[in-house]
Design a protein around this ligand. Structure first.
Ligand code: NAD
Length: 476
């Protein structure tokens, strides 16, 4: 097995490790073992990173698109070569099964490949004007970006955070999660090994609030990019507003899944149960509220429970494991509190609802049904392996439930009726909708939410556009 790597920051190409700095423990959520210590940036480290980012931006914005594309393309090739090692470290620091971790490393490479192509497709336009005059609309890189990535997808989140800015011609300082530092470091290392100037892409760690306040207080940073909870997103958006910095906010969700009586129930169950428990439910687009038409509710619930009980839970490094532990103790504790609240308010606990063993943070795949709408779990993102099942009488009631919450990230709906599918696409308030499927993410498709789930997109052409500003040049 690959050793868990030593941990460091990457500031101006220098490998900065302990050196008397405060550190944070990285814990294997399957075993509780301490894997390593991540160094925390001092104020001087952060100032050094800011100075580099300022210089890096001037270098990178003047670098031809073909060169930027080549760096992303070569970094993607390195990520593909290194995917096996990256997956091992990811499973150990985050818990997800090795197959999911390997897929994540490959998907990070695919993101870079897509962004490499987009470097060369950032066009402006000419406006029609009388002869000898013209007006030109130009897209220019916004400037140095400060990006904060969470722990649930340690590689993809970092690849998303740096890919758009690098394609656009920006520099970026990224703070991966201190709980899952190694996979994100490996993503940035691939860029540096592929020839990305070291001032253009840097990695820092620290106490999140200290790092974000320091970076966002600097006029050098022109954009904030954050993925995480809505509460922290609102806090960071306020800090960014002090300096009118641009923002991309990818926040929490509470994904509704509308299942109509005319759908193929077994296919829905086979697809959505696997999707629900992927990454132990710690996915911002996780299917969470199952909004089931009443005539098929009992059959759907029975099928769901049977499939949830059959999921093999264990250490993600072991063969055949379908669900690993939750990533941290906050996760299991928060989930247990929400489940207890729902049961106390009258919900049925159909399966799960408890930790497995006393080593690491394993939690049983859980199904709750007939849950009162005032239960906390029906209103706040559970971010864990729990499915919430309720019966509804027909389309209007089901759409109303989908739109009941202030969140609007991913939504899912299953129906054989094509006209109804159009109505659902029109009426469901979400940034991404999957109709008769589970996929809401693709490298060429904008990824992001509406309402409290945030604003702006990552991935797709929109992911690069979000790192650009518009300038119109009127020439007489
Ligand atoms: P949290 O709100 O404390 O942290 C979420 C993420 O934000 C973490 O990666 C954390 O390091 C970072 N963060 C926290 N405070 C920050 C600050 N002041 N500046 C910069 N970054 C900061 O919650 P948590 O316990 O780590 O995760 C649980 C909740 O977070 C979930 O319920 C979910 O809503 C949300 N979350 C969402 C995503 C997503 O993909 N949208 C990913 C992870 C967590």
């Amino acid at each position: 097995m690959t050793d868990y790597p030593s941990l460091h920051m990457l500031i101006g190409g220098e490998t900065i490790d302990g050196g008397g700095r405060a550190t944070g423990e990285v814990i294997n959520p399957a075993t509780g073992e301490i894997l390593g210590h991540v160094p925390f940036a001092t104020p001087a480290d952060l100032d050094a990173a800011l100075g580099n980012a300022d210089r890096g931006f001037r270098i990178w914005r003047a670098t031809p698109a073909e060169k930027r594309a080549k760096v992303l393309q070569d970094a993607a090739a390195l990520l593909r070569q290194r995917a096996g090692d990256i997956a091992q470290m990811m499973t150990r620091e985050q818990g997800k099964p090795l197959a999911e971790a390997t897929g994540e490393a490959i998907y990070s490479a695919m993101l870079f490949e897509f962004y490499a192509g987009e470097c060369k497709r950032s066009y402006g336009r000419m406006l029609v004007r009388p002869a000898a005059s013209r007006a030109e609309v130009r897209y220019e890189p916004v400037g140095p970006v400060a990006a904060f990535a969470p722990w649930n997808f340690p590689a993809i989140n970092v690849a998303r955070k740096v890919g758009g800015p690098i394609a656009a011609g920006c520099s970026v300082i990224v703070k991966p999660s201190e709980e899952t530092p190694a996979a994100g470091l490996a993503v940035v290392q691939a860029l540096l090994d592929a020839g990305c100037p070291p001032e253009v892409c840097q990695v820092v760690f620290g106490v999140p609030d200290t790092v974000s306040r320091h970076l966002l207080a600097s006029p050098i940073i022109r954009k904030l990019s954050f993925t995480g909870s809505t509460a922290i997103g609102k806090h960071l958006a306020k800090l960014a507003a002090e300096d009118m910095k641009r923002t991309t906010m990818e926040l929490g969700g509470h994904g509704p899944v509308l299942v109509f009586a005319d759908s193929d129930v077994d296919k829905v169950l086979d697809t959505m149960v696997a999707t629900k428990y992927r990454n132990a439910g710690q996915v911002c687009v996780s299917p969470t509220r199952f909004v089931v038409e009443d005539s098929i509710y009992d059959r759907f619930r029975d099928g769901f429970i049977a499939r949830a009980k059959a999921i093999k839970v264990g250490n993600g490094l072991e063969d055949g494991v379908q669900m690993g532990p939750m990533a941290n103790a906050r996760g299991t504790e928060g989930l247990a509190t929400k489940i207890a609240d729902a049961v106390a308010k009258g919900a049925r606990l159909d399966t799960g609802g408890e930790r497995i063993g006393n080593q690491g943070f394993f939690y049983a795949p859980t199904v709750l049904s007939d849950i009162p709408l005032d239960a906390e779990i029906m209103n706040e993102e559970p971010f864990g392996p729990v499915a919430l099942l309720n019966a509804y009488a027909g389309e209007d009631a089901m759409i109303a439930e989908a739109n009941r919450l202030p969140y609007g990230l991913a939504a899912y709906a299953w129906t054989q009726d094509p006209v109804r599918r159009r109505r659902l696409a029109d009426q469901i308030e979400a940034g991404m909708i999957a109709l008769n499927g589970a996929g809401v993410s693709a490298v060429d498709a904008p990824f992001g939410g509406v309402k409290w789930s945030g604003h702006g997109s990552e991935d797709g052409a929109e992911g690069v556009a979000a790192c650009m500003v518009v300038k119109t040049v009127h020439e007489s």
